[in-house]
Design a protein around this ligand. Structure first.
Ligand code: MG
Length: 386
């Protein structure tokens, strides 16, 4: 049962290249399936989320994180009467543009690009992947996804400025994205905030007491668990606590978004788009808890000395490899060398302003961004002597 403000697949703005309809899968289901079968999606399995495999082989990687985001998003979408096929496609594609080495890798790649007057942004890169890099179909480049999925890739977590990004004008930058896309940014946070506490504790970089002392929502759930299971092993008390934190975040997002939509009187997708602010949001109280949790993770985990070595690795490896290929572009694989020489055709002009040839830094950036952690280590050994 779709709510009146949900995206309806039959009202989709469609694909760039029209395709015949499928007998039993609608267009958003097909988009979801195209994402799952994409090469870039499979590579998420070997890309770092926060912890490299040096720590453990059961910590989240970018693929398992993505599956968690999809699970949470589907649950919330069903409760809010949103289009769960679209939500699932957006959740599965949301991190497809991430480079190796997690956020450290994104920063390092951006820094390398800035030395040549460019920049790197994983959402923009995700669009390039689905529009151009995935080659599966004879009739077109890319995955030929529907407008709503491409729009969600660009708009779920960031409001791009139309003046700065004229190439994104088709994505209605002056309007809010549908709730299906708004949701993804928040479910992404629920997933990684709780998962990073979990993996951080498991890695012995965080302790239960330390979290409870700084994060009120965690402390409150921990007290409840200790009353209920006073003699349970600490690890199980932790799991029960985290489960309650998780549930509070999800339940609050559902009820508060529902209340905000009702209060705003937005009874159509158009009204959601034209509303001055995003309506998917936590309540003020839980938003405060979310912020506390996030601040705690920044202060105690993401910038902890234990992860410093990995950050330095990311900077050194990406920086040196980038510099190497700038000096020796003939060491790039043939398809990338050809791209560097190729003058854009009408297909490329859509993503890159017409008349602009692909500059070498962008081609190197595309190559590095697509790599898994093991592959970039291998390349580093090969070209920079390890
Ligand atoms: Mg994510």
């Amino acid at each position: 049962m779709l709510a009146d403000y949900a995206v309806r697949v039959e009202q989709s703005r469609g694909r760039r290249h029209p395709e015949p309809t499928h007998p039993y899968r609608n267009d958003f289901q097909r988009d979801r399936d195209r994402v799952v079968h994409a090469r870039a999606f499979r590579r998420l399995e070997a890309k770092t989320q926060v912890f490299t495999r040096r720590y453990s082989d059961h910590f989240r990687n970018r693929l398992t994180h993505t599956i968690e985001v999809a699970q949470i998003s589907r649950t919330i979408a069903a409760q809010l009467g949103l289009n769960s096929d679209l939500v699932e496609a957006l959740a599965l594609v949301h991190d497809i543009g991430h480079p190796p080495f997690g956020h450290a890798g994104e920063k390092a790649l951006d820094a390398a690009m800035r030395r040549h007057g460019f920049s790197f942004d994983h959402n923009l890169h995700a669009l390039r992947i689905v529009e151009d890099f995935e080659l599966r179909y004879a009739a077109f480049r890319g995955l030929n996804l529907t407008f709503e999925v491409r729009e969600g890739i660009i708009k779920h977590s960031h409001d791009y400025d139309a003046g700065e990004h004229p190439e994104l004008a088709e994505y209605l930058l002056e309007l809010r994205p549908p709730l299906e896309a708004q949701l993804i940014d928040l479910t992404d946070e629920i997933a990684y905030n709780t998962a990073d506490l979990d993996d951080g504790c498991e890695a012995h970089l965080l302790t239960i007491e330390q979290i409870a002392a700084s994060v009120a929502i965690f402390d409150c759930c921990l007290q409840e668990v200790r009353r209920l299971y006073p003699s349970a092993p600490e690890k199980l008390q932790f799991n029960e606590t985290l489960k309650r934190v998780f549930d509070r975040l999800v339940s609050d997002l559902i009820s508060n978004t529902r209340a905000r939509v009702a209060e705003a009187g937005t009874h159509s997708l158009e009204a959601i788009r034209r509303h001055p602010e995003r309506l998917a949001a936590f309540s003020r109280e839980v938003e405060e808890g979310r912020r506390q949790l996030k601040d705690f993770l920044y202060e105690n985990l993401y910038f902890s000395p234990a992860l410093e070595g990995e950050k330095e690795d990311a900077e050194r490896i990406i920086g040196e490899l980038f510099a190497h290929w700038m000096e020796e572009p003939e060491d790039l694989p043939r398809s990338y060398r050809e791209k560097a020489a190729q003058v854009r055709g009408p297909q490329r002009a859509r993503i890159w302003p017409a008349g602009v040839e692909e500059p070498l830094p962008r081609i190197i950036c595309d190559y590095i961004a697509g790599m898994t952690d093991p592959f970039i280590y291998q390349q580093y050994e090969k070209y920079c002597g390890g």
